[in-house]
Design a protein around this ligand. Structure first.
Ligand code: ZN
Ligand code: ZN
Ligand code: ZN
Length: 283
C-alpha cells in the first residue's frame, strides 16, 4: 500500500502562504512536502484521485492503467479531480478493462446529477461508457475487487457532510479503516469498529497543533487532540490494539511540521503506536 499524497486541501507548502510550516517545507523539502491525499491499496485499487493526482503519478512513477476500482471518500476537490475520467478516456494505449467508481449514494447523485450534466465536460459523457458508478449505502458491505468493503458515514460538517464516507476494507487477515475527512467519529462508527482489532488505521489529523485543542466533536476536521481522544476510545473498545499500525494523514500547515509531529507522537505515553504518514510512504 502506498500513501500517494497526505495533505489536507491546502497542501504543504500552500503556494499562497508564507507561514512557518510552509516556509520550512520550502527550505527542507522531503517529507515536509505534502500533496493532496490519495492512497493506493494495490495496482488495481485506489482511494481518491484528487487535485494533485496527475502530478503525483509521474513524480512517483505510478501508472494507473491497471486500476479497476476508484473508491471515493467524498466530493471535495482535494479528494476528487473529475478530469481523471477524461484523461483515462483519451489514453492512446493502456488497460482496456472497465473502471468501477465507488462512492456514497449522495456522492453518486452529485456526480451524475450535477457534474455529468455540465455541457463543458463534453455533454455526451462518452468517456464514461466503460465506467460503472456504484452508489453505496452506509453500513452495507460490498465486494470491491479482492476487498470486502463497508462504507461508514463520516462526520465532516461541510457542504459535503452527507456524502463523507470512511471505509472498512477487509482482505484475508488485513482489516484497514480509512478515515479521511471523518471529523470526530459518530457513535455508530465507534460501535461498528468495536472489537475489530484493525491491522491498519489511517485517520485524518488535519490540524496537528500540539499546544492546545482547537477542534470539537462538531468540527469538520480532527486536530491532534481529537485524534488522541478517538484513539483512546478505539483502544478501549478493542477496535485498535497495540499491534494496529496507525497512520495520521490529511495534514494541513495549521499546526507543527512533519518532524515536530513525529517527535510529539513518539514521546506520547500511549498503549498504541502512532506513525505520521508522508507522501511516498509504502506500508
Ligand atoms: Zn480533504
Ligand atoms: Zn502555510
Ligand atoms: Zn473534505
Amino acid at each position: 500500500m502506498l500513501f500517494i499524497g497526505t495533505s489536507a486541501g491546502e497542501a504543504i507548502p500552500n503556494p499562497f502562504c508564507r507561514c512557518r510550516v510552509c516556509e520550512n517545507a520550502r527550505k527542507v523539502g522531503g517529507r515536509e512536502i505534502r500533496t493532496r491525499s490519495s492512497f493506493m491499496l494495490d495496482n488495481k485499487n485506489v482511494i481518491d484521485l484528487g487535485a494533485d493526482y496527475l502530478t503525483q503519478a509521474f513524480l512517483r512513477g505510478i501508472t494507473l492503467d491497471g486500476v479497476e476500482n476508484v473508491i471515493f471518500t467524498h466530493m471535495h476537490s482535494d479528494h476528487i479531480c473529475y478530469n481523471f475520467l477524461w484523461e483515462r478516456h483519451v489514453r492512446g494505449e493502456g488497460g482496456d478493462h472497465p473502471l468501477h467508481v465507488w462512492l456514497s449514494e449522495e456522492g453518486y447523485h452529485f456526480f451524475t446529477d450535477v457534474y455529468l450534466k455540465q455541457k463543458w465536460i463534453g455533454g455526451d459523457g462518452a468517456y464514461c461508457k466503460d465506467v460503472t458508478f456504484h452508489p453505496l449505502k452506509f453500513g452495507e458491505t460490498v465486494q470491491i475487487g479482492d476487498y470486502t468493503a463497508t462504507p461508514l458515514r463520516g462526520n465532516h460538517r461541510t457542504e459535503f457532510d452527507k456524502n463523507s464516507t470512511n471505509y472498512l476494507l477487509e482482505k484475508g487477515d488485513m482489516r484497514l479503516y480509512y478515515a479521511l475527512d471523518s471529523g470526530y467519529f459518530l457513535e455508530e462508527t465507534f460501535a461498528a469498529l468495536a472489537g475489530k482489532k484493525l491491522t491498519t488505521l489511517v485517520m485524518e489529523c488535519t490540524n496537528p497543533y500540539t499546544d492546545k485543542p482547537r477542534a470539537s466533536e462538531k468540527s469538520p476536521h480532527n486536530d491532534l487532540f481529537l485524534c488522541l481522544r478517538t484513539l483512546d476510545r478505539l483502544y478501549e473498545s478493542e477496535a485498535i490494539t497495540a499491534d494496529t499500525a496507525i497512520y495520521l494523514s490529511h495534514i494541513s500547515p495549521f499546526g507543527v511540521t512533519h518532524a515536530e509531529l513525529c517527535d510529539y507522537v513518539t514521546g506520547l505515553d500511549k498503549p498504541y503506536r502512532i506513525h505520521v504518514a508522508y507522501d511516498g510512504l509504502e506500508i
